[in-house]
Design a protein around this ligand. Structure first.
Ligand code: AMP
Length: 284
């Protein structure tokens, strides 16, 4: 397994492999890897000749500096996991490699309504920072395929739009959310939960399942939201939002026939740890 820190080095490797006819797949991550990340690696390995995984905690997408400082960085463990899963290349850039101090070009990507709803509403600047880093990483790695998780559906939806807007020749694959046995979506943040809270946090998933049933049964979004909030507050959780949206535009929807893809998304604080999850209601 190659570990590249410098852009020129990884680009040299990519250029050589592409010249040999390799099909390159890319899995961007912020590290603190778990089985969710590894499922993306697995999907990538199945479809591509070479798998590149990047680990980069992107400062531009953290609106909360405390969250950035507290973000787990178990790099030795991550590298071991990637080695054991058989990836060809790990890209481990420094901030200066991605954002050269002498660069004056910024990307003015406006994700539209996506930037002002859900994660965009509660984490101002998050998606422009995320879109910029993904765009920069795609420029560096020029992959044929890009693998992203449904766990961060809004992020996926914004990158799907970015790829389509810029006509990038990249095949974007959405991989299903990997969950703990309890149903809790795997996340790098879960390690910050007490054992008891981690168990109880499975309620988020259970209530998304309830929301799905209610929506399919024709209940109003307002009613579903009230039910969702009440159930979580009863457990001393602090739900931030629960929205039913068009998977493409991320605009709110009220009925099943209003969009081709419909997703229910939520963010919930559990012991001050912010957890997000979602469920596709229509159009997997
Ligand atoms: P992160 O390191 O949190 O930025 O995530 C990197 C990639 O892994 C993103 O495409 C996430 O959507 C994906 N991912 C994170 N958690 C999971 C999960 N539980 N199941 C599937 N994919 C995930």
């Amino acid at each position: 397994m190659f570990i590249f820190k410098r852009v020129a080095h990884i680009q040299d490797w990519i250029q050589k492999r592409k010249a040999e006819g390799w099909n390159i797949g890319f899995v961007p991550t912020m590290g603190a890897l778990h089985k969710g990340h590894l499922s993306l690696v697995e999907a990538c390995k199945q479809n591509c000749d070479g798998t590149i995984v990047s680990i980069f905690v992107n400062p531009k997408q953290f609106n909360d500096k405390k969250d950035l400082v507290n973000y787990p960085r178990p790099i030795e463990r991550d590298l071991k996991m990637l080695f054991e899963s058989g990836v060809e290349v790990v890209f481990l850039p420094e901030v200066e490699d991605i954002y050269p101090p002498d660069s004056s070009t910024t990307i003015d990507f406006d994700p539209g309504v996506a930037a002002t709803t859900m994660e965009g509403k509660f984490r101002p600047g998050h998606f422009s920072g995320m879109a910029e880093v993904v765009y920069r990483l795609l420029n560096i790695t020029t992959p044929d395929c890009l693998y992203m998780g449904q766990k961060d559906f809004q992020q996926f939806s914004i990158i799907r739009k970015l790829i389509s807007d810029f006509k990038l020749p990249i095949n974007l694959e959405l991989c299903p959310t990997i969950r703990e046995e309890s149903g809790l979506a795997m996340s790098s943040r879960n390690v910050r939960l007490s054992e008891q809270a981690r168990e109880k946090a499975a309620m988020i998933y259970a209530n998304l399942v309830e929301a799905k049933k209610s929506f399919q049964a024709g209940k109003s979004v307002e009613e579903i939201r009230a039910q969702f909030f009440a159930a979580l507050i009863q457990e001393q959780f602090n739900p931030e939002y629960m929205e039913v949206v068009d998977g493409y535009t991320l605009a709110a929807v009220e009925q099943m026939n209003q969009a081709e893809q419909i997703v229910v998304c939520c963010a919930v604080f559990v012991e001050e740890v912010r957890l997000i999850d979602n469920m596709v209601l229509k159009g997997e």
